[in-house]
Design a protein around this ligand. Structure first.
Ligand code: BJ8
Length: 396
C-alpha cells in the first residue's frame, strides 16, 4: 500500500524522517515537521511544478498542494549523475532534491502533478515517475486555438478521474465552484498587496517581494494565505508611511523583472539591485504578479472557466506568446518603470529565444534600458553579474 494512505480513518504509515534530516538547518527541519504534521492530520499532499496547474481541482478534493521547483544549488551535483549538465538548474535542482530525500515537500507528497511545458521538465517527470506516482497533464502549446480549451478540459477530466480514484474522493461541481471562489479571493488579496508597489516610493524592495511570493506559495490553506497576505499588507502600509517623505527613497529608479522563475537566484541577482539602490517594483514571472491578476470567471461552468484562465498564462513555452509582451507593456505604464531586467536560467531555450522579442519591445517601443542576465544557481558568475548590474544601474 502506498505510504501515508489511510485505511478507513486510520493513518497506517508515517514514514520516518530521511537519514540526512539531522544535518538540516533549523528552518529546513521546521518545513519537514510542518508537512509531516499535515500528513499526521490525515491530509493528502500533491506536489506541483507549474503555474499551469489547475490547483482548484486539488483544493476541491481537500488536497494540500506543495511547490516542488528546486531553488538551490546543493542537490545539483547529485542530479547531474542522471541528467545532462547543460540543463536548466530549476529542473536539476528539483530532481536532485527528489533523489536525495532533501526536499520535505517531495519527500512527503503522495503524488506529483506535472504538465507538458518545456522538454526538460517533461522528460524529468518520466524519471520522477520511477520514484513517485506522477501524473502528467498534456498541455496545448498555444492559447490561440479554440480546441486548446477543449484539450485542456479533457486533460482536467483525466486529472479528476485520477485524483478521485487515488484518494477515494469525489470532486463535484459544487466543490469546484467553492474552490474557485476561494482561490479568486486569495488572488484578489494578493494582487492588492503586490500593487502597493505602484506607490512612490515602493514600500518593498526586490528581495522582500521574492520572499513574500515564496511565503505565499508555502501557505497550505486559503485562510493561511489570506492571513499572511493581510499581515504583509499592513506591514507594507506602515513601511510606506515611514519612507514616503525620504527624498533618497522617492528618487530611486524603478525596475520590472521578467523571465524565468527567479527564486533560485534571489541572493545572486535580485539582492544586487537592492544593494545598488534601485527598486524592483514588479515581477512579471511565474513567481510574480502574472498569474495572480487574472481571476477565474465564476459565471462559466467550472472546467471551462479553469481552462480559459490557465491557458492564458503567458509562459514562453506557448507558441505565439503575444500576451506576454502586452502584459509587460501594461506593467511598464502602471508601475512607472525606468528599466527592464530579464533573468534567464541556463539552457531555458524558450525564454532565451523569446528574450529577443522582449528586448526589441522594451528598447524600441518603450525606449527603456533592458538588461538580460543568463545564469544558473552556482556562484561562478556572481562577480561578472555584479559588474554588469553596476554598469546598468549607472546608465539608469
Ligand atoms: S508557466 S515559467 S512554471 S513552465 S526555466 S523549467 S521553462 S527550462 S519553470 Fe515554468 Fe510553468 Fe512556464 Fe512558469 Fe523549463 Fe525554462 Fe527551466 Fe522553466
Amino acid at each position: 500500500m502506498p505510504k501515508f494512505l489511510k485505511e478507513g480513518n486510520q493513518l497506517i504509515t508515517v514514514k520516518e524522517m530521511p537519514k540526512v534530516f539531522e544535518e538540516f538547518s533549523e528552518p529546513r527541519k521546521q518545513k519537514f515537521m510542518h508537512v509531516r504534521k499535515l500528513k499526521e492530520a490525515g491530509k493528502n499532499v500533491v506536489g506541483t511544478f507549474c503555474t499551469y496547474t489547475p490547483k482548484e481541482i486539488l483544493y476541491a478534493a481537500d488536497i494540500v498542494t506543495v511547490g516542488l521547483c528546486g531553488v538551490s544549488q546543493e542537490p545539483i551535483p547529485a542530479a547531474e549523475r542522471d541528467l545532462p549538465e547543460n540543463l536548466c538548474p530549476l529542473i536539476k535542482s528539483s530532481y536532485g532534491h527528489a533523489i536525495t530525500d532533501t526536499c520535505p515537500y517531495f519527500y512527503f507528497c503522495d503524488m506529483v502533478l506535472g504538465e507538458t511545458t518545456c522538454d526538460g521538465k517533461k522528460k524529468m517527470y518520466e524519471l520522477l515517475g520511477d520514484i513517485k506516482d506522477t501524473h502528467v497533464m498534456m498541455l496545448p502549446q498555444t492559447s490561440k486555438l479554440e480546441n486548446g480549451v477543449e484539450l485542456f478540459i479533457s486533460e482536467m477530466e483525466r486529472l479528476i478521474e485520477k485524483v478521485e480514484e487515488k484518494f477515494g474522493v469525489e470532486i463535484t461541481e459544487e466543490k469546484l465552484k467553492n474552490a474557485i471562489h476561494e482561490s479568486n479571493e486569495n488572488r484578489r488579496n494578493f494582487t492588492r498587496l503586490l500593487e502597493l508597489s505602484k506607490l512612490k516610493p515602493a514600500p518593498f524592495r526586490g528581495v522582500d517581494m521574492v520572499n513574500i511570493l515564496e511565503s505565499y506559495d508555502f501557505c497550505f490553506s486559503s485562510t493561511e494565505k489570506n492571513d499572511m497576505v493581510n499581515k504583509a499588507y499592513e506591514k507594507a502600509i506602515q513601511e510606506y508611511e515611514s519612507i514616503k517623505n525620504i527624498p533618497e527613497r522617492k528618487s530611486r529608479k524603478r525596475l520590472l523583472m521578467t523571465g524565468c522563475p527567479n527564486a533560485g537566484v534571489k541572493d545572486k541577482v535580485t539582492k544586487l539591485f537592492d544593494e545598488k539602490g534601485v527598486d524592483i517594483v514588479v515581477i512579471d514571472a511565474c513567481n510574480g504578479i502574472k498569474e495572480k491578476k487574472e481571476l477565474i470567471d465564476e459565471t462559466l461552468p467550472p472546467l471551462e472557466a479553469l481552462a480559459r484562465k490557465y491557458i492564458n498564462v503567458s509562459c514562453s513555452v506557448m507558441a505565439y506568446n503575444e500576451r506576454r509582451i502586452d502584459d509587460i507593456g501594461s506593467l511598464i505604464e502602471e508601475y512607472q518603470i525606468d528599466g527592464v531586467i530579464e533573468v534567464i536560467l541556463q539552457a531555458c531555450h524558450t525564454f532565451q529565444i523569446e528574450a529577443l522579442r522582449v528586448e526589441r519591445f522594451v528598447r524600441d517601443e518603450k525606449q527603456l534600458p533592458y538588461l538580460k542576465i543568463s545564469t544558473d544557481y552556482s556562484q561562478n558568475d556572481a562577480g561578472q553579474i555584479s559588474t554588469r548590474v553596476e554598469a546598468f544601474v549607472e546608465m539608469l
